[in-house]
Design a protein around this ligand. Structure first.
Ligand code: ADP
Ligand code: SF4
Ligand code: MG
Length: 339
């Protein structure tokens, strides 16, 4: 992997305030992303993946609130940025592909009209240029440009997701954030969309943060993985190494929950118990109540992130073997960028 760092997330925290208490949905998350990198963010439902992605894109709405940290995109802090500066950055610098195109696309407006709206809102007034670029991006994702006249409901699920990706490509951004873009599709459509995303990435050179709960997609398509548990990133590591030798007990459990991808098929084991209530996180390790390796102090001492080989691991088992890293330290991507 080569290239400069384009995104730095430093100690990012997001809360949802409600009468039931404040849920810490994203808790001191730090990672970096290099240009052209494919980073998968993986974890069980409710662990904060979408909240993290929306916080990075600054698309959160109340009751969600960023309670701390920074998101540096090309050196600019998106958390503190003016709405005007943000408008310039969206679509041109980074764009987002949502989980459900059916919800994200406007049902009463054709695909072409929606592409045109985005381009006009971002300064492209020449109708011919708008038309040409719209046809171009639709062709890139394998859809006949005649479908610019189609409405979302006239397209198959796979085509709708492709149209969303085409829209995200309109201004050739450096980074595309994708929130489970294939989760509503059947396995065949899912696979074909993933292959297409990888091909587009190879051709156009954008970086991807890809949120998913599907470990098989992670294994086959990502360069690096960030595993989330209860609002925290508990392990960050290049994909191959993570699957070959998971370090965090939660990552191990997650891999044991899926049929083995590289070796012979193993039984699905699952992880007993359920994640903690995000409004009442325990004082020690968030995974302590379910962890097969838990020690007495795991109930009281919150683990920092430790650097182990090419990984960052948030687990006290690695405290003795590795120097700790606090938000702002950046060993993993620097190494990735040198590879
Ligand atoms: N609209 C909301 N109001 C209150 N809490 C929310 C809301 N959306 C999400 N949360 C909280 O944030 C947590 C993370 O949600 P989310 O980011 O959607 O997780 P994921 O995408 O991993 O399934 C949830 O478990 C819930 O506690
Ligand atoms: S800190 Fe303790 S409870 Fe948490 S994952 Fe490590 S061993 Fe398990
Ligand atoms: Mg989600």
């Amino acid at each position: 992997m080569t290239g400069k760092v384009i995104l730095e997330v430093e100690g990012l925290s997001v809360d949802y305030a409600s009468s039931a208490g404040t849920a810490n949905a994203v808790n001191e998350v730090s990672f970096e992303l290099a240009e052209r990198e494919f980073l998968a963010v993986v974890g069980e439902s409710g662990c904060g993946k979408s909240t993290l992605l929306f916080a990075i894109a600054r698309l959160l709405t109340p009751p969600a609130e960023v309670s701390g940290g920074k998101v540096l995109f090309s050196g600019q802090n998106m958390v503190a940025m003016s709405d005007k500066a943000l408008r310039t950055l969206r679509w041109r610098g980074l764009s987002v592909v949502m989980q459900s195109a059916m919800n994200a696309l406007n049902p009463v407006s054709s695909i072409g009209a929606q592409f045109s709206d985005v381009m006009r809102a971002h300064g492209e007034k020449d109708q011919k240029a708008v038309r040409a670029r719209s046809e171009e991006v639709l062709t890139m994702v394998g859809i006949d440009p005649v479908h610019l006249a189609s409405y979302a409901h006239q397209l198959s699920g796979g085509m709708r997701q492709r149209a969303m990706i085409a829209m995200a490509l309109l201004f050739s951004p450096e980074l595309i954030l994708m929130d489970e873009p294939t989760s509503a599709l059947d396995v065949v459509a899912q696979r074909s969309l993933m292959v297409q995303i990888k091909q587009l990435q190879a051709d156009l050179g954008f970086a991807i943060i890809f949120v998913t709960h599907d470990m098989s997609l992670v294994a086959h398509f990502s360069d690096r993985v960030a595993v989330m548990y209860a609002g925290q990133v508990v392990e960050t590591r290049p994909t191959r190494a993570l699957f070959a030798d998971p370090l965090h007990p939660y990552t191990r459990g997650l891999l044991d929950s899926f049929p083995s991808i590289y070796g012979p098929r193993s039984l699905v084991q699952g992880i007993p118990g359920s994640p903690p209530d995000l409004t009442r996180l325990p004082p020690g390790c968030n995974f302590a109540a379910r962890c097969p390796k838990a020690m007495p102090r795991c109930a009281t001492d919150a683990p920092a992130q430790y650097e182990v080989d090419d990984a960052l691991v948030r687990c006290l088992l690695y405290e003795e073997t590795a120097p700790a890293h606090e938000p702002g330290d950046r060993p993993v991507t620097e190494r990735a960028a040198r590879d």
